[in-house]
Write a protein that binds this ligand. Structure first.
Ligand SMILES: *Cc1c(COP(=O)(O)O)cnc(C)c1O
Length: 492
């Protein structure tokens, strides 16, 4: 195995404003051979400005090189392993991008009449059918733009369901191992959140759950596998308890990468769940979007799904708005259509066998890392791991080295750090999710880097506590960056 070396050309780069020189242009146009129009004939002069202060003037080559140099500072999923926790920065196959760029898909007008976009509607319809098949839940909306918006949509549907039974109810129960967006979504949907502790195996505490369940509970919101990477193996019993008080089972399915093709939430008693196409179904989600968080639901909740719905009648596809019980629209048009195109391309190119192999390999890879690192790093829970494994800094902190130092030290070894300090229920958590994408040699290189960081913590802790040294900048003042961001360039 070859060891990774860090040896990049990292040039200093001024702001584009600072590269500006009066009169430079990034375009050249042929001389005008038609009559010039007078702009003020079209737009009132009071609405026009004569000058854009500080607007950068650069040539095309300056412009291209500026942004290309900046892009080389980034660590990205096409560059190397992304061991980030539940964000599943898995590889996005390039075939998805090619398909999404087909002009009839990329350039279609969102207000085009249904008859003109039959193929586009068919894409949405077929994706819905496949997601219904994979989740075991018949109702699907592709509208939400993120997992968190899928949660909000789902909880609004839960509220609509209970309201139709004449009582919206008061509480949403959420385990302490849930994703942080869950309590936020439940609160925005008007519910009070009650936390359920985890047991010593890292699963929901069944006795505590039973105690909290009452006719005032609207639903349980269960992240499964949970953020410890542990499968809630008592899920059938949990579903039974929840249904016994007339509440609904909401599953946060953002971690579906661990389950896809193996088992179906609908078969476990789940009534409603969201998926993250930008996690499991390999659509890109750099820089906060665009994402896609479809919601899947049981037949008893279908009438509450957002409108419009894509429906098929006599071989033709149409957008159907006529659903009076619907929670309404949650996104402009039909959601992020390009994400749906990529996800469908991904599912079809993987096929049934391929999808199964994804979850098998994702789980195998996480367990390989677990097995190779467990003698160096403290394992937070002994329960078998699914797609991610959570260690802590307990061993290293005896030498004054914390999780953050280990993460920064990995940057100096050429790796993106894993998720740190999450989940909150593990002190000094280091959460590693390799996904199915990396090869064994890539996994081995990462493992060696982690072992090296452990050795450094004992023999040379300063290397870690002063890391990163090889990156463009060292440790940033993250609090100041968040509290007093400077987002605007000015000449002064
Ligand atoms: C990522 C994630 C979410 C939130 O999804 P976004 O698209 O980032 O809003 C919710 N739950 C879990 C378990 C996740 O991993």
């Amino acid at each position: 195995m070859t060891k990774r070396t860090v040896n990049a050309i990292v040039l200093d780069e001024p702001l584009i404003f600072e590269e500006s020189a009066a009169g430079k242009k990034a375009y050249s146009l042929a001389p005008l051979d038609v009559d010039d129009i007078n702009v003020t004939d079209l737009i009132d002069e009071s609405l026009l400005r004569s000058d854009i202060p500080g607007f950068p003037e650069v040539s095309e080559v300056d412009l291209v090189r500026h942004y290309t140099r900046l892009s080389s500072w980034n660590y990205h999923v096409d560059l190397g392993l992304y061991p980030l926790g539940s964000c599943t920065m898995k590889y996005n196959p390039k075939i998805n991008e090619r398909v999404a760029r087909i002009p009839g898909l990329a350039a279609v007008h969102p207000l085009a009449d249904d008859v003109l976009v039959q193929g586009n509607l068919e894409i949405l319809f077929r994706l819905q059918r496949l997601l219904a098949e994979l989740t075991g839940l018949p109702g699907i909306t592709l509208q939400p733009a993120a997992g968190s918006q899928g949660e909000l949509t789902g909880i609004l549907m839960v509220r609509a369901y209970h309201t139709s039974q004449h009582n919206p109810r008061r509480f949403v129960l959420i385990p302490d191992s849930a994703h942080g967006t869950n309590p936020a979504s439940a609160t925005i949907a008007g519910y009070e959140v009650q936390a359920i502790p985890s047991d010593d195996k890292g699963r929901i505490d069944l006795a505590m759950l039973a105690q909290r369940l009452s006719p005032d509970v609207a639903c349980l919101m269960l992240t499964n596998p949970n953020t410890l990477g542990i499968f809630e193996s008592q899920i059938e019993e949990i579903s039974r308890l929840v249904h016994d008080v007339g509440a609904l089972m909401y599953m946060d399915g953002a971690n579906f990468n661990a389950l896809v093709g193996q088992t179906r939430p609908g078969d476990m008693g789940v009534d409603i769940l969201h998926l993250n196409l930008h996690k499991t179904f390999s659509t890109p989600h750099g820089g906060g979007g665009p994402g896609s968080g479809p919601v899947a639901c049981h037949s008893k909740l279908v009438s509450f799904l957002p409108v419009p719905r894509v429906e098929e009648r006599d071989g033709a596809y149409a957008l159907d708005w006529d659903h009076p019980d619907s929670v309404g629209k949650v996104h402009a048009f039909f959601g992020n259509f390009g994400m749906a195109v990529r996800a469908l391309a991904y599912i079809l190119s993987c096929g049934q066998e391929g999808l199964r192999e994804i979850s098998e390999t994702a789980v195998l890879n996480a367990n390989y890392i677990r097995a190779r690192l467990k003698d160096y790093y403290h394992l937070a829970y002994q329960t078998p791991s699914m797609h991610e494994v959570v260690f802590s800094d307990r061993v290293q902190s005896a030498y004054g080295v914390k999780t953050l130092d280990i993460a920064k030290g990995l940057i100096d070894q050429g790796f993106h750090p894993p998720t740190v300090y999450f989940p909150l229920i593990v002190h000094g958590a280091l959460m590693i999710e390799p996904t199915e994408s990396p090869s064994k040699s890539e996994l081995d290189a990462f493992v060696e880097a982690m072992i090296e960081a452990h050795r450094q913590s004992q023999s040379d802790p300063d290397t870690l506590t002063s890391a990163p040294r090889h990156s463009k900048v060292g440790r940033l003042d993250e609090t100041r960056a968040a509290r007093t961001p400077i987002l605007r360039w000015s000449e002064e």
